[in-house]
Design a protein around this ligand. Structure first.
Ligand SMILES: [Zn+2]
Length: 265
């Protein structure tokens, strides 16, 4: 079995003590590729370091809506440089209406980043929380049908899936799927076209439910993707093998040209 983790943060300091070991444990169990994303410019050097060290890691560069204060004069040029030189995608970027940062500020930074991705024909890894109507507006200014984009930890409704898919969306599911009470997610995943489905951990964040409980004290780790896989298999009444194969193929199709120079697999 071969899995591709579509959204993880391998550079995170919570992995500093045992990164090597965690990656090789997941690799041994079949996680053969990762899309590893930055949250702010402070992460960029470590994201570069990791993706150069591990050829099966596709890096993402971007500024997450929670960290807009980390922008500085010249951030856009630096971002463009990394996107160009590292065989990377844009991310993690997005919109979050749960936080206090005014929407206009979020939009200004997001648009500058999406302009870059569109110019460079790169896929995007999105964070979107309670901002689905805004995202639909934003997407009107772009055409991501060819390059595609990921909606990570998808938390929208089943109703908007089709519309987002027609814009180029891939829907990625992680630890949220392991919570049986999360009805919206269990309903939404069933509406996702099978060729647009992805799997992720978001490690070290969003730990899955393991033996009926969530341990928020410990960081989520890459090999926990198998808990997500079994929850996904239960929801879709498919075998884990079939789902692994399908989400792997979807990842390769989506990340296509960008992923080619890397050694994924
Ligand atoms: Zn994330």
């Amino acid at each position: 079995m071969k899995l591709f983790d579509a959204h993880i943060h391998l550079h995170d300091h919570r992995f500093d003590a045992n990164r090597e070991e965690l990656i090789s444990r997941a690799r041994d169990k079949g996680v053969r590729g990762f899309c590893s994303l930055s949250a702010d410019p402070g992460d960029w050097p470590r994201v570069i370091e990791n993706s150069r060290k591990y050829p099966f890691v596709l890096p993402g560069f971007g500024i997450h809506p929670w960290y807009l204060k980390t922008t500085y004069p010249g951030w856009r040029e630096d971002l463009a440089k990394h996107l160009e030189t590292e065989a990377a995608i844009l991310g993690e970027v997005g919109l979050d209406l749960v936080i206090d940062t005014p929407l206009e500020e979020q939009m200004a930074v997001l648009h500058q980043q999406l302009d870059l991705a569109q110019d460079m024909k790169l896929p995007v890894n999105f964070h979107c929380r309670k901002a689905w109507h805004v995202l639909e507006q934003v997407l009107k200014a772009y055409d991501f049908r060819k390059t595609g984009f990921v909606l990570h930890a998808y938390s929208g409704t089943d109703i908007i899936v089709e519309k987002l898919a027609s814009k180029g969306a891939y829907f990625s599911f992680g630890g949220g799927l392991t919570k049986s009470g999360n009805r919206r997610v269990h309903k939404a995943i069933k509406a996702v076209p099978l060729d647009r489905l992805l799997i992720e951990t978001d490690a070290p964040d969003i730990p899955p439910v393991i033996d009926h409980k969530i341990d928020n004290e410990k960081p989520n780790v890459p090999e926990n993707i198998f808990y997500v896989l079994s929850a996904m298999a239960a929801d879709l009444a498919m075998t884990e093998e079939k789902l692994a194969e399908m989400t792997w193929e979807n990842s390769m199709r989506l990340f296509g040209d960008v992923i080619l120079p890397r050694k994924i697999g």
